[in-house]
Design a protein around this ligand. Structure first.
Ligand code: BGC
Length: 739
């Protein structure tokens, strides 16, 4: 027998044998063909060559009223009131939407996943904790943001979820906001670009992506009662621009409306935000999901553009059905809600890629978490090049700081990721088992590395005195549901650093924080690293940077002010007595905010404020040092639909590194804008002595202003100054161009 015919007979024999034992049904090919063609006839929406819109429309036509309603609401959340009748159908996440089994439409199982999948230990599972979202913004790297999203997407799927509640992009207007770590900093172009890339890659794993909290939910104090008062122009050019860019890049299936009210209407019933801007102007085809308990009405919310209430059905269950039946809500409006949910399911691939739970890749996750932390850790100060540490010169190292022997702190609230096997309680301080003491010791086996918790500053100072250097790990814990009263390090840590630095000027401070911190001791210490909330492998990343195995490249996505007195609102605006709770909101019988935060700094968010007000800062937006140095030259600006900004960067130092080059524009005076705005950026990897020419293409919108009266973006004619350099305060290249 020739080889092919022997092969053929083996296949036939095997098929015959399998048929006899019943593994392959007789005439299986014919059977599956029949099945496919039957399905093609009975479920034509399963045809993947059709568009998500076409597929959603086909399914919509099959739905009963009850099925449509079921797509518009949640079914409870563990811990949110008494369990609902179908609570057992959930996956342990924050919410779920029932599937329509007869039509092949799956459940939507949602989980919080800001910097990793929430509640994994609680559910007997495991998640990687990535560096915080703010840390990730410090990488200024769309590719890193993509890896971030992809990892979360994979771990969501492995844990049985097909929708993320991640992608926070509220701008840092108020740095004391307890959720600053969940967001991407103070600039809309940076924040929007990075969140968009995160969402794009997360969704590519076949999960429905989400961007939140839409919008101007810029503080936690009184978040359910506050009215954010802000001009349309300021909103469009700042907070909303971040969403606009993020949605354009990431195309999330869902947008989560926020708890607060904006200019008098709660976000989840705010027609301007949900319909006029999001759905009409930006042509967002997905669905609007309410923040948890953020729905306040049926008819008003539905008409304004809310599509899905979570986690309950207080307004979008029976009440929505009744309103449709009685004609208060037209069927076409309900259809729009249901169609949008279905469309997101098709567009994200959750229909075509049914859930298959699996095991999370723990080691792969560690690797990514460490790499992302290395790209996110900002070297703020490096006097006399104390860093990187010289292994050959160090004999005694003091590691100081509460928990620095054990781990690094993480951000709390619904973003909280569980450490392995440790379910976390709401707003507990959670330390990930990534030990700075162990990581530093492993880097320098020749030295004696001693630990002091810093609880008693004098004993820590005594240890520092006997050591060649002292590395102090300090932390500032923040969480959803609270704001900081100030930006000082808590628990007497300022005094600790002060005493340690007095005992040994070779003191390096590693800050684990969720936002900016003030540093009254800055002049006394030699080095400062901002490690943010550094995730599962934070200590390894920090040690790699301390010892120069990694050259830091990250830059601040937010300004560090000198003091709270320099903020647009020196005093945090808190709800007055009696202003909190549902009763206060419902005082008039209709949901109304009970107090206001007036964002009268308007366009002047972050560096735009300090620039405009001439206020010196501790560390400017975009600042971050490297172990090498860079020189900029040769700026050429070519205006057009996209303005091409070309320049050259040279690595003038001794080490390979990556420089984040930033492009800013100063608009003509008639535009009445803050002195400058970020319009583009790029990261350039350079070997020692190497030179590269790069071009940053600037979107026309980034040079435009929002004309409130005409409701359009417009380019103001006149002379523009294009500036390029390594931080918002270090811009060696400038060129004037006319538009
Ligand atoms: C938070 C959301 C979160 C939701 C579900 C809310 O309290 O504001 O960000 O996704 O809870 O846990």
């Amino acid at each position: 027998m020739t080889k092919p015919s022997r092969l053929l007979s083996t296949v036939l024999l095997t098929l015959f044998a399998l048929t006899i034992v019943g593994v392959v049904p007789r005439a299986c090919a014919q059977h599956s063909f029949d099945k496919d063609s039957k399905q093609a006839k009975s479920r034509p929406w399963m045809n993947t060559s059709l568009s998500p819109d076409e597929r959603a429309e086909m399914v919509l036509k099959q739905l009963s009223l009850d099925e449509k309603i079921s797509l518009t609401h949640g079914n409870g959340m563990p811990g949110w009131g008494p369990p609902r009748p179908n609570a057992h159908l959930g996956n342990g996440g924050a919410g779920f939407v029932l599937g329509i089994e007869r039509l092949g439409i799956p459940f939507i199982q949602m989980s919080d996943a800001a910097y990793g999948v929430r509640s994994s230990a609680e559910n007997g599972r495991y998640s990687t904790a990535l560096p915080s979202n703010l840390a990730s913004a410090s990488s200024w790297d769309p590719q890193a943001a993509c890896e971030y999203g992809a990892l979360i997407g994979r771990e969501l799927r492995a844990q049985g979820y097909n929708m993320t509640l991640g992608g926070g992009v509220n701008l840092t207007r108020e740095p004391r906001n307890g959720r600053t770590f969940e967001y991407m900093g103070e600039d809309p172009v940076l924040a929007g670009t990075l969140v968009g890339n995160r969402i794009k890659c997360e969704q590519a794993q076949n999960v429905i992506g989400d961007i939140k909290h839409y919008a101007v939910n810029d503080q936690e104090s009184g978040r359910n009662e506050v009215d954010s008062v802000i001009s349309k122009r300021a909103m469009r050019e700042s907070d909303l621009l971040a969403f606009e860019i993020g949605i354009a890049i990431g195309k999330p299936g869902a947008v989560m409306c926020s708890y607060n009210s904006i200019n008098g209407d709660f976000a989840c019933e705010n027609k301007y935000l949900l319909t006029d801007v999001l759905k009409k102007e930006w042509k967002f085809p997905g669905f609007v999901v309410s923040d948890w308990g953020g729905t306040h009405s049926t008819v008003k919310a539905s008409a304004a553009g809310l599509d899905n209430e979570q986690p309950m059905d207080d307004f979008f269950g029976d009440k929505l059905r009744d309103a449709v039946r009685s004609g208060k809500i037209p069927m076409s409006e309900l259809d729009d809600h249901a169609r949008r949910v279905l469309r997101a399911e098709f567009a994200s691939g959750i229909v075509d890629h049914p859930m298959a739970k699996g095991v999370v890749d723990v080691e792969g996750g560690f690797e990514i978490a460490r790499k992302l932390a290395e790209q996110s850790t900002v070297l703020l100060k490096n006097a006399d090049n104390i860093l990187p540490l010289d292994r050959s010169k160090l004999r005694n190292i003091a590691i100081i700081g509460s928990h620095a022997d054990y781990g690094m702190i993480s951000g709390g609230g619904s973003a909280q990721v569980d450490p392995p096997g440790q379910p976390s309680k709401w707003q507990a301080h959670v330390w990930f088992p990534t030990s700075p003491l162990k990581a530093v010791s492993a880097k320098i086996p020749s030295a004696t590395v001693k630990f002091d918790s810093g609880d008693n500053p004098s004993s820590a100072a005594a240890l520092a005195k006997q050591s060649d250097i002292a590395i102090v790990f300090v932390h500032q814990w923040t969480s959803e549901g609270m704001d900081l009263r100030n930006l000082s390090l808590p628990d007497n840590q300022d005094a600790l650093i002060d005493q340690v630095a007095s005992a040994n000027p070779h003191t390096i401070v590693v800050v684990e924080s969720g936002t900016a911190v003030t540093m009254p001791w800055l002049d006394k210490v030699s080095g400062v690293l901002e490690a943010w909330y550094a995730g599962s492998k934070g200590a390894d990343a920090v040690a790699n940077i301390l010892f120069g195995d990694v050259n830091p490249s990250a830059k601040l996505p937010m300004t560090f002010p000198k003091s709270e007195a320099d903020l647009p609102h020196p005093q945090l605006v808190v709800p007055p007595p009696g202003a909190q709770g549902t009763a206060a909101v419902m005082r008039t019988g209709e949901a109304k905010p009970t107090f206001a935060v007036k964002y009268d700094e308007g366009l002047k968010v972050g560096y735009k404020w300090y620039d405009a007000e001439n206020k010196p800062v501790l560390f400017p937006f975009g600042h971050g040092l490297s172990y090498t140095t860079y020189a900029y030259s040769g700026l050429k600006v070519t205006p057009g639909a996209q303005t091409a900004v070309t320049f050259t960067v040279k690595n003038t130092g001794q080490r390979e590194g990556s420089e984040i080059a930033q492009v800013y524009a100063a608009l003509p005076e008639t535009a009445a804008e803050p002195p400058k705005r970020l319009v583009g950026f790029t990261k350039i990897q350079l070997k020692p002595g190497e030179t590269k020419e790069v071009t940053v293409n600037v979107d026309g919108k980034y040079l435009s202003i929002f004309d409130e009266s005409a409701n359009v973006w417009k380019l103001v004619p006149g002379s523009y100054n294009i500036m390029v350099g390594g931080s918002s305060k270090d811009l060696p290249l400038t060129q004037k161009v006319n538009y």
